[in-house]
Design a protein around this ligand. Structure first.
Ligand code: PLP
Length: 429
């Protein structure tokens, strides 16, 4: 494969866009080579401007559960576009999409639409603080909740320490209200609650973490955090921006007994258009402006084109209840194939699958939290990534990302990927 046009495009982009990209992970910093510039997608495939074809396991980082350029979603978007791109006034398609979500999620009576996952989580946190009258929030190292100030707190020295900002430009005065605990470690959560005298507005968690690789929370852990939140009057927020409509139709809460107080959504809900949402009980949502005093707004919120894409997508998912079993079967075939190739070559590998989400680490250690994830062999991953890309398989360009199967990912694509992987692993070993 040659990447001449992409290399040129990257150089041009670099002159006018910081790092040449509009979101840092796209820059291929953790792997070899320059990022292919994409021309178009078709089903399970993506084509770059040099004409290279890739089997796509990134799917725009999650949203494209029907693959690229799905005909029905495309038709609904074009329909909406013809009537006008935006009005800044209510449209019935917002209510229709809200009705679908309310019907699917037991924990949601009312939902507000925004334009990104970041915005959804930022707004949910403000609402949680407004409802409880408390400032402190608790998050887990390795969980990503978008790039808003309070949430941009990294893995640090760890347990129950008050957070320090992980980016210049984020005031320490703000992140001092963000407590950090260790994923799947209830003792670290208990310590945070003890340190803060229980004065915590909300505990936010990716119930299936997808931003440190794929690391699901143990059911017993979720049960325990639900209990501790109940004890202290702390609101439990499930950030299902990634896992919603991915792990199951209703995300992690569809496969766990634990129900959150608030939910954030994004990615699949917009089917590739910029959409986020946050929802909760009618009581909690009544605190939100204009019903209540907690302010939140957006010029393009509930954009009718984006809502149409989301509505068509969710209706298609709901109409085919077996979809998630099929997606999970494909994901398992893929990870089992990768695992078998690695085992044969004595390369340590651990894998996970939840619905259409899959993950693998070059590690001999079961990954339960961010420190475990950091123990993976990211140098080997970088070589693997390059070999796969050159062979026509597009994987996320970091060992801390989740892979995605779409409905357009065929069995043949899975087989081709496994065959290529065993060849690449033998070469880079
Ligand atoms: C992607 C993601 C976000 C941020 O969503 P954006 O649309 O990128 O702003 C928040 N939380 C989780 C769990 C995510 O995976």
């Amino acid at each position: 494969m040659t990447y001449n046009k992409s290399i040129e495009a990257f150089d041009e982009a670099y002159k006018v866009i910081p790092g040449g990209v509009d979101s840092p992970v796209r820059a291929f910093s953790g792997v070899e080579g320059t990022p292919p510039f994409i021309d178009r997608g078709e089903g399970g495939y993506m084509f770059d401007i040099d004409g290279n074809r890739y089997i796509d396991f990134v799917q725009s980082w999650g949203p494209l559960i029907f693959g690229h350029a799905d005909k029905e979603i495309e038709a609904s978007v074009i329909e909406a576009v013809k009537r006008g791109l935006s009005f800044g006034a209510p449209t019935t398609v917002e209510t229709e999409l809200a009705q679908e979500i309310v019907e699917m999620f037991d924990s949601i009576d009312k939902v507000r639409f925004v334009s990104s996952g970041t915005e959804a989580v930022m707004s949910a946190i403000r609402l949680a603080r407004g409802v409880t009258g408390r400032d402190n929030i608790l998050k887990f190292t390795g969980c990503y909740h978008g790039h808003s100030d309070s949430l941009l707190v990294q893995a640090g020295s760890g347990l129950a320490t008050f957070g320090t900002p992980s980016s210049p430009g984020v005031p320490a005065d703000l992140t001092k209200h963000t407590l950090l605990a260790t994923y799947n470690d209830i003792a670290s959560v208990e310590k945070c609650f003890a340190d803060a005298n229980g004065d915590i507005a909300c505990l936010i968690i990716e119930p299936i973490a997808g931003n440190m690789g794929l690391v699901p929370a143990d059911e017993a852990f979720l049960v325990a955090i639900r209990e501790i939140c109940n004890t202290h009057g702390t609101l439990l927020i499930f950030d299902e921006v990634m896992s919603g409509f991915r792990a199951s139709l209703t995300g992690a809460q569809g496969i766990s007994s634990v129900k959150p107080d608030m939910v954030t959504l994004g990615k699949v809900i917009g089917a590739g258009m910029p959409v986020g949402a946050f929802g909760a009980s009618a009581e909690i949502m009544s605190h939100l402006s204009p019903e209540g005093p907690v302010y939140q707004a957006g010029t393009l919120s509930g954009n009718p084109v984006a809502m149409s894409a989301g509505l068509t997508s969710l209706q298609k998912l709901k109409a085919n209840p077996n979809i998630y079993k099929e997606l999970e079967a494909k994901a398992k075939r893929l990870t089992q194939g990768l695992q078998a190739s690695a085992d044969e070559l004595n390369i340590p590998m651990v894998t996970e699958v939840r619905g259409s989400m899959f993950g693998f680490f070059f590690s001999d250690k079961l990954v339960k939290n961010f420190d475990d994830a950091l123990a993976n062999d990211s140098v080997l991953f970088a070589k693997f990534h390059k070999g796969m890309l050159d062979g026509g398989v597009y994987l996320a360009c970091s060992s801390y990302e989740t892979g995605f199967i779409s409905i357009a990912t065929t069995d043949e694509m899975i087989e081709e990927t496994i065959t290529l992987a065993s060849k690449v692993l033998a070469e880079i070993k």
